[in-house]
Design a protein around this ligand. Sequence first.
Ligand SMILES: Nc1ncnc2c1ncn2[C@@H]1O[C@H](COP(=O)(O)OP(=O)(O)OP(=O)(O)O)[C@@H](O)[C@H]1O
Length: 355
Amino acid sequence: MIELVVQQVSQAYGTRQIISDLSFSLAKGEIGCLLGPSGCGKTTALRCIAGFEPIQSGDIRVAGEVLSRPGQMLSAEKRRIGMVFQDYALFSHLSVAGNVGFGLHGASKTAAKARVDELLALVGLASHADKYPHQLSGGQQQRVALARALAPRPRLILMDEPFSNLDVELRERLSIEVRDILKRENTTALIVTHDQNEAFALADWVGVMHQGRIQQWDTPYNLYHLPSNRFVADFVGQGALLTGEVLNSHQVRTELGVLDGFVPPECNPTGCRGCANQCQVDVLLRPDDIVHDDDSPLLAEVENKAFRGAAFLYSLKLPSGQRALSLVPSHHNHAVGEKIGVRLSADHVVAFRRG
Ligand SMILES: Nc1ncnc2c1ncn2[C@@H]1O[C@H](COP(=O)(O)OP(=O)(O)OP(=O)(O)O)[C@@H](O)[C@H]1O
């Protein structure tokens, strides 16, 4: 069942358009993520859904109920939406249990205590119930903030950059934990972040935003392997674009070999509009699409290397002078300047029209 629907929503501050034609939906229990560079309008989108900003077009619905449309806005308190902020915003004078139980006014004492205990167990803080926020680590405080938001069983949880105050390692661990907690509560959630690893670890669906618009709303796998435009290809993950020559509607020849994949319709022989590009396209190759193989006759020069623990990320110069990236297990430790054998290991690629 569809829980959250955001349909053709636009919002402006004065004459400045901030978000345009934003559309996506989440089914009950699904986790969505808005991912994009600073200033692209992610937080504004979240604020519109939370009920802090009016919208100029479209509508926002939760469980079929219209929350916002132009000229109509249900107040934030009446939306039954839980919020988790970047700075946790815990009440410093209340204990952990007091914070988690804060929104449970209507419930009996026994029911409220049972819900608080249940959530503290869920977020792994049962033994910290009587502590105060300043006695907890950042990660623990964020888990209290999530438990507090979940306590009244909201229809939707919104999280704005929830882990940005934490160190990188903790962020990744907490992203996985938070996903697990949200799934166990079967709560629909929308999270805003500029960190791709966080989005991929947490979300079922990710919307990549740029200049107030969603460029692609898709699964993390598809965003990485089948980006719908150059912005998404560039923003999500690493990669390089190689020149390719279109052979037919699904095959492209590059200097590393012939690849099957998505060819833009206008570059297909059948859709050809006779542009000046002579059927040349840019083919996206991810670092895992190019493997190191001592037996390959195709040699590439190591221009740069970055140690990633289990692997090296090699920046390679191909015979034509084009650049590519390759992720190679780190026991293959080659020097900068050395030539190494490489071959393609991509079963499906994306090509973009030139110009
Ligand atoms: N109250 C406001 N009045 C006017 N402009 C605003 C207001 N709030 C945000 N903006 C502008 O709207 C644009 C989008 O801001 P928003 O905070 O939604 O972006 P964001 O993608 O969440 O960025 P970040 O990752 O840096 O938080 C920015 O250019 C910002 O300056």
